[in-house]
Ligand binder design. Sequence first.
Ligand SMILES: NC(=O)c1ccc[n+]([C@@H]2O[C@H](COP(=O)([O-])OP(=O)(O)OC[C@H]3O[C@@H](n4cnc5c(N)ncnc54)[C@H](OP(=O)(O)O)[C@@H]3O)[C@@H](O)[C@H]2O)c1
Length: 281
Amino acid sequence: MSNTHNSRRTFLALAAAVPSALAITGVASSQTSDAGNQPGGTRGAVITGSSRGIGAATARRLARDGFAVTINYLTNQDLAEAVVRDIEAAGGRAIVRQGDVADPAAVKALFDANDEAFGGVDVVVNNAGIMNVGAFAQMTDEAFDRMMATNVKGSFNVLREASRRVRDGGRIISLSSSIIKMSPPGTAAYAATKAVQEVYSSVLAKELGGRNISVNAISPGAVDTQLLRQHGQEALQGIPEATPLRRLGQPEDIANVIALLCSQDGAWIDGQNVFANGGIN
Ligand SMILES: NC(=O)c1ccc[n+]([C@@H]2O[C@H](COP(=O)([O-])OP(=O)(O)OC[C@H]3O[C@@H](n4cnc5c(N)ncnc54)[C@H](OP(=O)(O)O)[C@@H]3O)[C@@H](O)[C@H]2O)c1
């Protein structure tokens, strides 16, 4: 038998096994969400890495849109608490929980805290991430491993918990990056961790099919945050000129697209990677 035939059989066998695997883990069990169906009910949103940057802007935006948000951070407690204060001052609801997404127990505790405070989760923004750069010849094992632990394993931990808990009608959004199409030197390892987000999202969209939960990735271009600024001014050089819309992205540009995906107007977008980058590709 040919290799192609064998791999097709393997694929079909895997596809057939998925529904029973879901039944065993209880993933397919039907829960009723108040995300879109019961106006007035609390809609919970867990946003990893929301002490600053894109995550903080998303937390503020989703809180404004009526979600009760769970803020997460790794080390910057003061910044995370400031986001909560901003949201509360604007009349919204938020709690904060420290936790390393690379640690499955910490991720579970983060979702537990959300559920305890808000009764359940309707939106998960899988945003926490780090960017270590370096040419193949220079990248250290430590920098590579830390990025894999945070971006690849961490995202898996968050999406696994999301897949078990997000209520029917909910949304799951992961941060990929336009860098996966641009391939600048020095970004191979980081881009690999971001390409994974597209794969995770399209597979999970299928696993959660039938429950009206959309699962998407979003791919920002360069956004003016600490993630880029830590690499020096040169990391931002030339980007506005190379961008058809002639400016650097702001965290709010990305928060706006995430808000669209969380709204009824974005409900038909599922299993996609949405490029939001001012036209730079
Ligand atoms: N900025 C860009 O140009 C750009 C472009 C495309 C995609 N992205 C993606 O967008 C996401 C957010 O980026 P950003 O620019 O907003 O980054 P950022 O400003 O550096 O903020 C990163 C956030 O993630 C948190 N974090 C880091 N490691 C964590 C861990 N192990 N566990 C939990 N939280 C952790 C940080 O918490 P602390 O404050 O406590 O450290 C912070 O809240 C990332 O996934 C990134 O890859 C960014």
